[in-house]
Design a protein around this ligand. Structure first.
Ligand code: NVA
Length: 314
């Protein structure tokens, strides 16, 4: 069975730990591991804006010995000019893996079903699992481990990053607290799945509308833009509803003194995060941005190694 990485819980807790360990190894020795030698081509398809994802995948694929092939989503017109299934069959004949940033998770799933090669989620409306591997790698580097740590996610938790933190954080055995307005919690089904995962890993999820309660004593403070890609029409209303959840110096002061602050970027200083926080001593956002490359290299190497091997167990 071909393995893909479409959502955070596609990796079991043991597999997630294995991929993170590989990411740390690849970070230490970036040019020694060439599982895409040939070079094998990895197709990168973007239907939404990108900076970090395109840059880190392109650099990472090259470091693995492969050939990054950029497919412009606007030109390809996937789902409009031709069906997802037909595009999948074509890309699967040219590329060893497909990396896709798009809107609907169901389209990504169809790409994985029809392409015959591993498919990697480079962000959908529902999940952003590559970002989460980079985030977990960053926390691991700064805190020495993951299990048992508490993270507060502030602001718009009803987005890809909120859902992914719930699944990936609990998979790693972390306690994930969401501080968000009524109606902006992660997807209810995802929260249930995360809670169920916690029975095995010791992790947990909790949701509160009180931002101070969310950050009280936490090890990690996370936020994301209040206006995700595709939500631009709601920008004014969102600024109003999320303003009490801004990550300010006062709010961060309620976390542990050694807490780290993360943001997947792009960041809007003065909205979801204060300039003094993102540019301050507790911010690890540039490590987080760099770690996209190392984490994604680990995913690609891991998926390539599992082509033709039995499916997920345990
Ligand atoms: N929630 C954000 C993440 C950006 C990396 C968005 O979807 O735009």
């Amino acid at each position: 069975m071909i393995r893909s990485f479409l959502r955070d819980d596609d990796l079991t807790p043991a597999e997630q730990a294995e991929v993170l360990a590989l990411a740390a190894k690849l970070k230490a020795q970036p040019y020694d591991h060439k599982p895409l030698a040939g070079p094998r081509t990895v197709a990168m398809v973007f239907d939404k804006p990108t900076l970090r994802t395109q840059a880190s995948f392109a650099a990472g694929i090259a470091e693995l010995g492969g050939n990054p092939m950029l497919v412009d989503g606007a030109l390809a017109g996937i789902g409009k000019r031709e069906s997802v299934a037909d595009v999948a069959r074509v890309l699967g004949r040219q590329a060893s893996q497909v990396v896709w940033r798009t809107y609907a998770q169901s389209d990504l799933e169809e790409m994985a079903t029809m392409s015959g090669v591993p498919v990697i989620n480079a962000l959908t409306d529902e999940f952003h699992p590559c970002q989460l591997l980079a985030d977990l790698l960053t926390v691991q580097e700064h805190k020495g481990g993951l299990a048992g740590l508490t993270v507060a996610f502030l602001g718009d938790a009803a987005c890809n990053m909120g859902n992914s933190w719930a699944l990936a954080g609990v998979t790693a055995g972390m306690h994930v607290r969401f501080g968000c307005p009524e109606g902006y919690a992660p997807d209810a089904g995802v929260l249930e799945q995360a809670s169920a995962l916690g029975a095995a890993t010791g992790g947990s999820v909790a949701v509160t509308t009180d931002p101070a309660a969310a950050v009280e004593g936490v090890d990690v403070v996370v936020t994301d833009t209040w206006v995700s890609m595709g939500k631009e029409d709601e920008a004014a209303a969102r600024r109003e509803v999320f303003s009490p959840y801004a990550v300010t110096e006062d709010l961060v002061a309620q976390a542990r003194p050694d807490a780290v602050v993360m943001h997947c970027l792009p960041a809007y200083r003065g909205s979801e995060i204060a300039a003094a926080v993102i540019d301050g001593p507790q911010s690890v956002v540039w490590d987080e941005a760099e770690n996209r490359r190392h984490a994604q290299k680990a995913v690609m190497a891991w998926l390539q190694a599992h082509v033709g091997q039995p499916g997920k167990t345990g």
